[in-house]
Ligand binder design. Structure first.
Ligand SMILES: [Zn+2]
Length: 290
């Protein structure tokens, strides 16, 4: 068996906080136990929120924690052409379709249906499932609207995609103690998910499965908040003929109020802790890595 490869994959759209530290340290500990390599990936597809100082801070904060990485650092923003090719392959097979719906119009349509007493189905993140409005557009209309430069995302035609699945979609899971099991993936609960955004030729889902394959990631260790997305990830791996890593979704570090830590909520950053005199050893101890 070849040597396991894991990855730490933060997004540079804010300062890292204790939740990121926990995830990175968990990856490092499991990599060490497995005798594996640990790689770093900067997940910077959100060009509107990515800032160079946040990228620099990621390197600084992770080094401060004592983490070192193997191999080249992968930056997703350098691989848009590859993601675009993967998107185009799926679109050519009619597994994706362009969606011209604006967020505002979709939200208004959902609100209207709910006001009318309809129970709108939701995805595992709580977002309403896309009703499929653009799935039935004619080829001529699609071409005209794309040629006119109308902004559009690319959505999974989930029925068409699932029709191509001829073997059970299996998620291989592992626990830090080495035990393993498998569960069936259920991508249908995501409906016609967005696979490529308006502004860049990918989404989190497409970029992450592409990169995991490119970097030879054998073990994905990430937060429980991404566990449900794995259903979609194993489907994309199947459709694109990519290998499927084993997954471990760890618990989330919560703030004193019991909420998940988030950059957007101004959770205390590692930089704040550092400047108030907290040492890397203290952070490790705080997170159970003493
Ligand atoms: Zn649409």
């Amino acid at each position: 068996m070849s040597r396991p490869i894991l990855r730490v994959a933060p997004s540079p759209n804010g300062r890292l906080h204790l939740g990121h530290a926990f995830s990175a340290l968990t990856n490092a500990r499991i990599a060490e136990r497995l005798g594996g390599r640990l790689m770093l990936r900067i997940e910077d597809i959100d060009l509107g929120r990515t800032r160079p100082e946040f990228v620099r801070a990621i390197f600084h904060d992770l080094a401060w924690l004592g983490l070192t990485f193997d191999g080249p650092v992968r930056r997703q923003s350098e691989h848009f052409p590859a993601y675009g090719q993967a998107r185009d392959v799926l679109a050519a097979r009619k597994l994706l379709y362009p969606c011209f719906c604006s967020r505002g119009r979709m939200a208004a349509a959902i609100a209207e249906r709910e006001t009318a007493g309809e129970r709108v189905a939701r995805d595992p993140d709580g977002a309403p499932l896309y009703p499929g409005t653009c799935r039935a557009l004619s080829g001529d209309e699609i071409l005209a609207r794309i040629q006119a430069g109308e902004p559009h995302t690319w959505r999974l035609d989930s029925a068409a995609a699932l029709a191509e699945v001829t073997v059970p979609l299996v998620i291989r899971r592992f626990a830090p103690d080495g035990s393993q099991d498998t569960v069936r993936g259920d991508p249908a609960r995501w409906g016609d998910a967005v696979i490529a955004r308006r502004d860049v030729p990918t989404s989190y889902h497409l970029a992450v499965v592409w990169d995991d394959a490119e970097q030879g990631i054998s073990h994905v260790v990430r937060g429980q908040d991404l566990a449900a997305a794995t259903d979609l990830h194993v489907l994309l791996q199947h459709l694109l003929g990519l290998p499927s890593p084993a997954y471990h979704h760890h618990g989330l570090i919560r703030d004193r109020g019991g909420d998940k830590l988030a950059k957007s909520k101004g959770s205390e950053s590692l930089a704040d802790l550092r400047s108030s005199g907290v040492t890397p050893d203290a952070v490790r101890a705080m997170l159970g890595f003493a």
